[in-house]
Write a new protein. Structure first.
Ligand SMILES: C[S@@+](CC[C@H](N)C(=O)[O-])C[C@H]1O[C@@H](n2cnc3c(N)ncnc32)[C@H](O)[C@@H]1O
Length: 213
């Protein structure tokens, strides 16, 4: 009997160890990004201010943690989509979204942001390990065929110039260079950077001193 219980116990221990190892391999090798370290609420507000979020925006938070950026974004009236691989955090954020009755604006996908769909995004927010920034830049430059604003917390892209830096927040614009042929004959084909209208018009959502949870 004792031998039976010892075997069951050992088996359970092995299972726990195995699942822990699988989780570790998945997090570190297959879908790396960053460990969970939440952005302070005061910084969340600053990130949204810096990006000048408006209700017209669709904001992707890559590695959305407990969903605090999603909630703050949705409270601006903008659409918020989070990508998060930690099931516990996905659960927590979905509960918070439901509690705030913001399901029509905010949602979380339990999947790696390395496979994210950027097609509807106008803004990206992130707080990732610095060693993944370069990889992300290459993906964004390859995939994006429309202009997009990005705010990174704490870590800049090593090979991209930011538009603005406010303390530990970095503002970037991504988008495609397109060739246009000027109407005037004789002029050389020139390059025009499609800049977002938001750069020139006020887009502040006015999260102001709203309580962000
Ligand atoms: C530093 S936390 C930031 C959380 C949140 N964005 C914030 O600012 O409060 C990074 C988050 O990214 C998640 N993460 C790491 N790698 C990921 C990946 N490949 N795909 C989706 N989420 C990932 C982690 O689980 C963690 O919740």
């Amino acid at each position: 009997m004792t031998l039976f219980f010892c075997s069951v116990l050992l088996f359970c221990l092995l299972l726990v160890l195995l699942s822990f190892l699988c989780h570790l391999i998945y997090r570190q090798v297959l879908a790396p990004g960053a460990i969970y370290y939440p952005t302070p609420h005061s910084t969340v507000k600053k990130m949204l201010d810096l990006a000048k979020i408006s209700p017209k925006d669709t904001v992707l938070d890559l590695g959305s943690g407990d969903g605090r950026l999603l909630l703050a974004t949705a409270r601006c009236g903008a659409t918020a989509i989070g990508y998060e691989i930690d099931p516990r955090l996905v659960r927590l954020s979905r509960q918070a979204i439901k509690k705030a009755k913001l399901q029509h604006l905010a949602s979380v996908k339990q999947q790696s942001f390395w496979r994210a769909d950027f097609s509807s995004a106008t803004v990206i927010t992130l707080y990732l390990f610095p060693q993944f920034m370069n990889r992300l830049q290459k993906i964004l430059e390859k995939k994006l065929d429309h202009p997009l604003t990005l705010v990174s917390h704490n870590y800049p892209f090593p090979h991209k110039k930011y538009i603005k830096k406010t303390k530990n927040l970095y503002l970037y614009r991504f988008g495609r260079l397109v060739r246009i042929r000027p109407a005037t004959a004789g002029l050389e084909t020139s390059l025009l950077f499609l800049r977002q209208a938001r750069q020139d018009s006020p887009r502040h959502c006015g999260v102001g001193d709203r309580h962000v949870t």
